[in-house]
Design a protein around this ligand. Structure first.
Ligand code: 1CP
Length: 351
């Protein structure tokens, strides 16, 4: 097994001392990069790209060629699990993800199985192994999954949604069916993340993109409790190192204490709270990842540098900060601005 040349990200996640603040960017491999668009065109469709381990590895490494990033993230999608459950994921041009089959009633939920990650999702594990080989120990590889609640929103809505009326409707109209769906998803996610860790993922992140639409009570019951169950079932060591787990609920700023109690290693923050406030509330328990508004990248180099400097100063002394955006990078961002961001983090982050 190759030594890690840059372990700043893993060290900061564990609140160990670092020479400077590590940085990676949600959706760092993606449509804002012309080289990504070229590889995607070569692959055919987005799913063809995910299913071809060499091309998935190529796009995972593309942002590392341009920028001094401290972590790579597996190129895949959270919707691989519902696809493996038989829902038939496809991407209509310019429309985002869609499913051929949609979950509308309890019978649909009962018919769902829990996918075996080394069977139905073996293409993801092959991608993890190939990326680890191609990274040659440059930086750690982050694996990921969607949260059960976030996956359920896509499965019940049939794709992206504006008001989430169907999935929240099912939650209130037939809570037992919703719990059965979330249980099957929690089991699937646990197996899936453990398989990614066994294949070589050195950290994992749970994306709860739509947990923030719930009420405090339903957030706990329908999202957080299932994420906690997943975290309790994860393999937390591999290759002699701890596997950090990051929990990210977009819009979850008011629930940080409960999130930090799940046993995760770090919390992802969106831009709606100050990182210093988050640190006061939970910083003795967990590392913090974030939290620049992705739209700052539409600003000038001076604006980007100022915002980076402000966030790093706001976090203040000590380790336990991984710089990131508060959500994924937009597709119309100028790639040169990402270099300004990454270099500014390393400059201002020096302890
Ligand atoms: O046309 C294309 O090329 C597809 C665009 C795209 C990309 C680049 C999609 C479709 N998924 C991805 C990759 C992806 N998705 C990664 C790769 C690693 C990285 O570089 O970060 C990751 C981590 C995801 C995770 C993901 N997919 C989330 C959770 C994170 C988040 O942004 O909130 C969600 C909600 C999805 C669903 C999804 N897949 C794709 C799109 C456009 C969407 C969002 C749809 C929506 O807004 O509802």
């Amino acid at each position: 097994m190759v030594e890690l040349k840059n372990d700043r990200f893993l060290r900061a996640m564990l609140k160990q001392p670092v020479d400077t603040t590590p940085v990676w960017i949600m959706r760092q491999a993606g449509r804002y990069l012309p080289e990504y668009r070229a590889t995607r065109a070569k692959a055919g469709s987005f799913m063809d790209l995910c299913m071809n381990a060499d091309l998935a590895s190529e796009v995972t490494l593309q942002p590392l060629e341009r920028y001094d990033l401290d972590a790579a993230i597996l190129f895949s999608d959270i919707l691989t699990i519902p696809d493996a459950m038989g829902l038939g994921l496809y991407f209509a041009e310019g429309e985002g993800p869609r499913f051929k089959k949609v979950i509308t009633k309890r019978k649909d939920v009962e018919a769902l199985g829990v996918p075996d990650p080394e069977q139905e999702l073996s293409y993801v594990m092959n991608a993890v192994r190939t990326i680890r080989r191609d990274l040659k120990g440059r930086v750690p590889l982050i694996g990921f999954s969607g949260s059960p609640w976030t996956l359920a929103t896509y499965m019940v809505e049939g794709g992206s949604s504006k008001d989430f009326g169907r999935v929240k409707g099912m939650m209130y109209d037939d809570p037992a069916a919703m719990h059965l769906l979330l249980e099957k998803l929690a089991d699937s996610v646990t197996l899936y993340l453990n398989a990614q860790i066994a294949a070589g993922a050195q950290a994992v992140m749970i994306f709860d993109t739509w947990g923030g639409l719930l009420t405090p009570k339903t957030y706990k019951e329908f999202s957080l409790d299932y994420m906690q169950r997943i975290i309790s079932g994860l393999q937390r060591e591999a290759e002699g190192r701890e596997i950090p787990v990051t929990l990210f609920t977009k819009g979850g700023g008011q629930w940080l204490e409960a999130m930090a109690d799940t046993g995760c290693t770090g919390l992802g923050l969106d831009w709606t709270i100050n990182i210093s406030d988050a640190k006061k509330r939970v910083g003795d328990k967990v590392a913090l990842q974030g939290n620049m508004d992705p739209c700052v990248l539409y600003g000038s180099a001076d604006t980007i540098r100022q915002q980076v400097s402000d966030i790093i100063a706001d976090f203040g002394e000590g380790s336990g900060h991984v710089f990131n955006l508060g959500h994924g990078i937009h597709q119309h961002i100028d790639p040169d601005n990402v270099k300004v961001l990454v270099d500014a983090v390393h400059e201002f982050g020096q302890q």
